[in-house]
Design a protein. Sequence first.
Length: 251
Amino acid sequence: MFYSREFDGKVALVTGGSSGIGKATALAFAHAGANVVIAGRRVAEGEQTVHEICERGGDAIFVKTDVSKESDVEGLINKTIEFYGRLDYACNNAGTFIMGRLFELSEEDWDRTINANLKGIWLSLKYQIPIMLQQRGGVIVNMASMSAIIGNPGVSIYSASKGGVIALTQSAAIEYATFGIRINAISPGVINTPMVNDIPTPLLTDIQSKHPIGRLGKPEEIADAVVWLCSDKASFVTGHNLVIDGGYTAQ
């Protein structure tokens, strides 16, 4: 990783930090010197990430959280302040993925996807921003998707939820730009995480071939971008959607 321990003494929160991009981001924050709060629904995987951070000399805690529930998100932020006393950075990464033709998907599919991917980020912002206002500064990165900006068959609900993330990010960024809070989004291409296991193999092979770089992305490549956006190197960046997709949407 290209950065130094510039986040010493800072506190970073990562939702969905038990695996994939979230886990890579939690490890990257710890590598940069931050104390890390990992939030997620899967306790064993979350505790394993904490163990890996502590084993390498870092400091981290896990808080079981369903980001679609307001009481859970409020409790997560309260626990963060109780344990570490501050919140400097947040990566709102928790979410879910669903595939299917639009008319075949159910109302339950819609509610579950929107609640996890969009409502969960709104709730996270709702409770993170007041803490950062008190501190007069902070940085938030919300996880969107390249599916938010291009059409792909079979992911209509997922695309809608992630499009909402970009709009929410931009509006929130404008609201709080003068308060020392920067808020950005990242739209990854297809990243080699456990989530891709839900994509049928022939379709996944086709998707991979459409990335001009010729491969899927790595979780660490997204994590590095999160840390950069939170750093002073990105101090003039807010309200931006950073697309990291191996050239997919440039075609």
